[in-house]
Ligand binder design. Structure first.
Ligand code: IPM
Ligand code: MG
Length: 380
């Protein structure tokens, strides 16, 4: 790898190159935590990891006038895997759309071709009290996987603005965004969802708005046609408004949720909240098998607590676990990190986002590094 800056190459070990995109707000802090965990795994599982940091988001805009410099795209595409923190913040909110940090996020997803966004959401029993759900519902837990289409739909469709004249002669401003999908885009993400369901509880729910949207009807047709290739997977369909409701009533019933870019964005925040904190949920964005994956926590840059050492690093550490599993083919290391994160929660370690009023459990309040140290100690 051309851009490796740290780490030593040893012949008997395989060397994997990871690009880190710290980004804005709490991004650099949580990336620092995940890097420590990855380094610990490298030692334990006998791989050599090299790391390069590249600029993205507001930080990149401040440094070179663009939130997604070409150099960053090139480095990411040449890596074995990419781990991102978060982008965005009030300092860049007034910039025009293409220069906003969020554009960089969409841009890197598109440039890396990572159309499949896997967002597992688990309500750990240790955190039942942190979930906003009624205790009898929370007690039944939740363990679902959202397969969100990530490089198509309304996020990338034709859009524009126009001043138009109404029939009564009034002049008004109008704007449009377009939801458009083709069968190939639907099929490739649907196959991921079916395969994921095969390896889980064999239940797939397609979430759409087929009672209104033509694009949703194409999703239903395509998924129905594919279902015969996966006869052991039970398929059902839910309108997105109903799905939002059922997630609150019976989250334990969902296994794999397959959905479009925008619906997946919305439902994954809902699932995160059910799990107790948005600071817990990781994600993997994957494309063709031989291409690098992009891993990121689903939370944002939390500018209000940036730089204070308070951020919960678990979502980023769990994203690193997904990186170990999907890009580095180290499933044992991935499972060890996941087990360590659960153990830390069971032991009562709580960052600020997880502190539950009136919790009966004894808790240890920790900051970002305290939580990281706890994970590292359980990994050993
Ligand atoms: C996410 C985020 C992004 C998205 C934003 C920041 C563009 O909300 O990853 O869920 O909408 O995809
Ligand atoms: Mg989102």
């Amino acid at each position: 790898m051309s851009n490796s800056s740290t780490g030593t190459k040893q012949n008997q070990r395989s060397t994997q190159h990871i690009v880190l995109l710290p980004g804005d707000g709490i991004g650099p802090e949580v990336i620092n935590s995940a890097r420590q965990v990855l380094q610990a795994c490298a030692q334990k599982y006998n791989v050599t990891l090299t790391f390069t940091e590249a600029a993205i988001g507001g930080a990149a805009y401040d440094r070179c006038g663009h939130p997604l410099p070409q150099a960053t795209v090139d480095q990411c595409c040449a890596a074995d895997a990419v781990l991102m923190g978060a982008v965005g913040g009030p300092a860049w909110d007034k910039l025009e759309r293409q220069l906003r940090p969020e554009s960089a996020l969409l841009g890197i997803r598109q440039a890396m071709g990572v159309y499949c966004n896997l967002r597992p959401a688990i309500l750990y029993p240790q955190l039942g009290a942190a979930s906003p759900l009624r205790s009898d519902v929370a007690a039944k837990g939740m363990d679902l996987l959202i397969c969100r289409e990530l490089t198509g739909g309304i996020y990338f469709g034709d859009r524009g603005r126009e001043t138009i004249k109404l029939p009564d002669g009034q002049t008004v401003e109008s704007a449009w965004d377009t939801e458009r999908y083709n069968t190939l885009e639907i099929e490739r993400i649907a196959r991921w969802a079916f395969k994921s369901a095969q390896a889980r509880r064999r239940h797939l729910t397609l979430v759409d708005k087929a009672n209104v949207l033509e694009s949703s009807r194409l999703w239903r047709e395509t998924v129905t046609n594919l279902a015969s290739d996966y006869p052991e997977v039970q398929v059902d369909f839910l309108y997105v408004d109903n799905a939002a409701m059922q997630l609150l009533r019976r989250p334990y019933d969902f296994d794999v949720i397959l959905t479009s870019n925008m619906f997946g964005d919305i439902l994954s925040d809902e699932a995160a909240e059910i799990s107790g904190s948005i600071g817990l949920l990781p994600s993997a964005s994957l494309g063709k098998a031989d291409r690098p994956g992009l891993y990121e926590p689903i939370h944002g840059s939390a500018p209000d607590i940036a730089g204070q050492g308070k951020a919960n690093p678990l979502a980023t550490i769990l994203s690193a676990a997904m990186l170990l599993r999907y890009s580095l083919n180290l499933p044992q290391a991935a499972a060890a990190v996941e087990t360590a994160c659960q153990a830390v929660l069971s032991a009562g370690y709580r960052s600020e986002d997880l502190q539950v009023v009136g919790s009966s459990q004894p808790v240890m309040k920790v900051g970002t590094q305290g939580m990281t140290d706890a994970v590292l100690s359980y990994l050993k």
